[in-house]
Design a binder for this molecule. Structure first.
Ligand code: ADP
Ligand code: MG
Length: 337
């Protein structure tokens, strides 16, 4: 018998799931990204017990053609890229074609979808389709993920308490809402609404929902641009700081990213205005040509590579300095009531 063998799909999907599906929050992230890529204007996310017992996501996006629904659950099947050139000009949040098969391989999944004419529903267990039937034709997609990690006991043990997992999901939802103020998000945990946004495009309003109204009132708008980059967003006045870096959010082309140098640039923009050991609150949106950013670095796509990081850092720091110096010239707005 040969020593080296090709792994079957179920096993290789489970291995991929180890990278993409770390915890309930990573599932929520992948599925909400799919809903956004499908041009949804409304996204409902409901979790039970921190997402451990159930995650349900309802969107009103384009839906999947009934005859392609099975394919969507097979590895490396994607509608988002076709050629290797597309890999360098990514405008969607997804492109790896790994989320659905990975998630399905470590849970039970029920997906119902329709492009508006016919509808289709599939049920999968451990990545295998166990049931398939035509369904209603309401445009959009509903996916329900239950019994997460039921077949990967080690991963299940690694998960933290319901409260901790729910907290991670909330973080994901906050970032999604901040990244997409034009989308109406409704996030419900154990029957209670945690976040509900208007979807009217008003970023300051979303900041108020995520960080509270008082904080939002202390934020000032920021803009900046250079040959390659467009910057917009809000920063808190230096009188309002936080004890950790978590409150600096950077979005590049609609994707939340983590980048040490850019976070440093934000702090440099505040310069001496920040007390030692304190960090700013900032929501920065960067738009750039997708050829300037490589998102194909990490399966979860949190880390990216930027080709002109120095120039970008400078622009961010300068824009913050400018916004803060203009701010000191403008008197405080009168408080209502
Ligand atoms: P990727 O997002 O990287 O393409 P996924 O495994 O997440 O890979 O999804 C596979 C494909 O299924 C997507 O490319 C898309 O065509 C389709 N799909 C997944 N979720 C949705 C959704 N909510 N609405 C419409 N299409 C979807
Ligand atoms: Mg995806």
């Amino acid at each position: 018998m040969a020593v080296i063998q090709q792994l079957d799909d179920a096993l290789s999907n489970k291995i991929a799931a180890g990278e993409v599906v770390e915890r309930p929050a990573s599932i929520v992230k992948e599925l909400v990204e799919n809903a956004i890529d499908a041009n949804s204007s409304q996204i409902l996310v409901e979790i039970e017990e921190g997402g451990l017992s159930s995650i349900r996501i309802v969107d009103n996006g384009t839906g999947i053609e009934p005859n392609e629904l099975e394919l969507a659950f097979s590895r490396h099947a994607t509608s988002k890229i076709k050629t290797d050139r597309d890999l360098f000009t990514i405008r969607t949040l997804g492109f790896r074609g790994e989320a659905l098969p990975s998630i399905a391989s470590v849970s039970r999944v029920n997906m119902q979808t329709s492009t508006g004419s016919a509808g289709m529903q599939v049920e999968l267990e451990g990545g295998k389709i166990v049931h398939k039937q035509p369904s209603e034709a309401r445009k959009g997609t509903t996916i329900v993920v239950t019994d997460l990690f039921y077949n990967t006991p080690a991963r299940l043990k690694y998960l933290k308490t319901v409260l901790t997992e729910a907290g991670h999901v909330s973080e994901v939802m906050n970032r999604m809402a901040l990244a997409y103020p034009h989308i109406r998000f409704h996030y419900v945990s154990d029957g209670k609404t945690v976040l509900k946004t208007a979807g009217n495009g008003d970023l300051r309003q979303v900041i108020a929902q995520v960080y509270g109204r008082k904080t939002a009132e202390k934020m000032v708008p920021i803009t900046g641009s250079s040959l390659d980059y467009e910057l917009s967003g809000y920063i808190a006045k230096p009188e309002l700081t936080r004890a950790n870096r978590q409150y600096m959010s950077i979005f590049i082309n609609g994707r939340y990213i983590r980048n040490f140098k850019l976070a440093k640039a934000i702090q440099q923009g505040f310069h001496t205005k920040l007390p030692i050991g304190r960090f700013p609150i900032a929501v920065l949106k960067l738009e750039m040509d997708p050829t300037l950013i490589d998102v194909n670095v990490h399966p979860a796509k949190l880390e990216v590579r930027l080709s002109k990081e120095e120039a970008l850092s400078e622009m961010i720091a300068e824009s913050i300095k400018k916004a803060l110096s203009e701010e000191t010239l403008i008197p405080e707005p009168k408080k209502e009531n």
